[in-house]
Write a protein that binds this ligand. Structure first.
Ligand code: UD1
Ligand code: MG
Length: 452
């Protein structure tokens, strides 16, 4: 078994991004560039990847965590110099070194795998990925000799007119024989721009009559290297399309995929329909047979089966099955709607549990509350949960009827089957089966219990 170790280059400043943020932390579909790069190489080797960091090292390290071994490139003297920083850690410790750049978020794990497999069969020291494209995007050009084999990579800054016209480009992913790589890196001359280019190693192999293999890719999107915000937007669009296509192939209907934004960590069940302008962020999961949107934002929320969410904004919430909400409803963190809850327009729920069958049809605020099954929350109900200093909780039993425009001044408990009159301001606990009215509300009647 050959040992294969990935080395991801992530030390560059990303000058062309014109940003305070290190390039590696700019996001594509909700995840930093560097996460995408990591996913592509982690899929098939058990060796812990080495990540070369430098610019914004602390922030990158904090974002990536313990899943890689970090080496520092103190001065960013080019991609060849960056790989050199991994030599101390890897020389004699691995058979193959897989080098990728952290700014290629679309590169797929199976493409990387193909690269490695090709190098395993290559008697020469390296294999690389290339792509043929009309727009050169500032990529290095692949020069081939008369026999059609790769002869060199020429960086755009060094290229003459004939080379600039070449349509075959260097993608920026390579698999090297380890011991050959470390020796070759030491031969790289300083470029006129003051950098040591990793790409110069190709010509060394050719000069020594050692075969260089190239895999020509056909998916241009996969090769996007993010150097500017224009590329970032291209990567975002390509990744979004890839994600959406994946969901559609898994049985999700999208009425208009171009306006449906789904981040990488989202899961969606079969036969769910997404209407236009739906945004699904973070760790969101949606069950089967739901209808979501149009015009809906859902972040870090878990939604069961057969739910309907129309023109609403949800964050950090849980919806069980058969919940019906919107239009214009808002769930904030800790909102938990039980099955068959109906939440209509202009409601807001935060840190509260609405049990099965609760109905809350119109403009209400429910915060820090526990509401029992089948209770009806009348239009305009407010849990007055904040006294200016602290939050207080409200507990409402089952089958309660809260009349329109009731103010529930917390801390407060309302017993099962109680009712409040329209416009009540409830400041004291209400016993079961009791009707209260007025401001402040007082009990006027013990209610008869229906025996069903
Ligand atoms: C590089 C390639 C080019 C290829 C293109 C594909 C070289 C010399 N050129 O150009 O042939 O077509 O990628 O996207 O390799 N980095 C470091 N330390 C450094 C410099 C760079 O870690 O000192 C890292 C960067 O963070 C980045 C990667 O290496 O992730 C590539 O650097 P970048 O400056 O983006 O190179 P390109 O100009 O895109
Ligand atoms: Mg780049």
């Amino acid at each position: 078994m050959l040992k294969i170790t990935p080395v991801i280059l992530a030390a560059g400043q990303g000058t062309r991004m014109k940003s305070k943020l290190p390039k590696m932390l700019h996001q594509v579909c909700g995840q930093p560039l560097i996460f995408h790069a990591l996913q592509a190489v982690q899929a098939f080797t058990s060796e812990k990847p080495v990540m070369v960091i430098g610019h914004g090292a602390e922030a990158v390290q904090a974002a990536v965590g313990e899943t890689v071994r970090f080496v520092i490139q103190a001065e960013q003297l080019g991609t060849g110099h960056a790989v050199m920083q991994a030599e101390q850690l890897l020389n004699g410790q691995t058979d193959l070194v897989l080098v990728t750049y952290g700014d290629m978020p679309l590169l797929r794990a199976d493409t990387v795998q193909k690269l490695v497999e090709t190098q395993k069969a290559n008697p020469g020291p390296l294999t690389l990925l290339t792509v043929i494209a009309e727009d050169p995007r500032g990529f290095g050009r692949i020069v081939r000799n008369a026999a059609g084999t790769v002869a060199a990579i020429v960086e755009e800054a060094q290229a003459g007119p004939a080379e600039l016209a070449i349509k075959e480009l260097n993608v920026g992913a390579y698999c090297f024989r380890s011991e050959w790589l470390w020796a070759a890196l030491k031969q790289i001359p300083l470029s006129p721009k003051g950098e040591y280019y990793l790409t110069d190693t190709v010509a060394f192999a050719v000069d020594a009559n050692l075969p260089v293999q190239a895999i020509v890719m056909d998916d241009m999107a996969e090769t996007i290297g993010v150097n500017s915000r224009v590329h970032l937007a291209e990567a975002e669009a390509a990744m979004r399309q890839r994600i959406n296509t994946g969901h559609m192939l898994n049985g999700v209907t999208m009425i208009q995929p171009e306006t449906t934004y789904i981040e990488a960590g989202v899961s969606i069940g079969r036969d769910t329909i997404l209407w236009p302008n739906t945004y699904l962020y973070g760790h969101t999961s949606i069950g089967e047979d739901c209808v979501i949107g149009p015009n809906t934002l859902i972040r870090n929320t878990k939604i069961g089966a057969r739910c309907r969410v129309l023109m609403s904004d949800l964050e950090g919430a849980v919806l069980e099955n058969d919940v019906d909400m919107g239009p214009f409803a808002r769930l904030r963190k800790g909102a938990h709607l039980g099955s068959h809850v109906h939440m209509g327009n202009f409601g807001e729920v935060k840190d509260s549990h609405l049990s099965e069958g609760v109905k809350m049809g119109h403009f209400s605020y429910i915060g820090n509350a526990e509401i029992g099954p089948n209770t009806n929350i009348g239009a305009g109900t407010i849990t007055c949960n904040y006294d200016g200093v602290k939050k207080h909780s409200t507990t409402i039993g089952e089958d309660v009827f809260i009349g329109s425009d009731t103010m529930l001044v917390a801390p407060l408990t309302i017993g099962a089957r109680a009712r409040t009159g329209a416009g009540s301001v409830v400041t004291k606990n209400v016993a079961e089966d009791t009707l209260v009215v007025g401001a402040p509300a007082r009990a006027i009647k013990k209610l008869e219990r229906s025996h069903d």
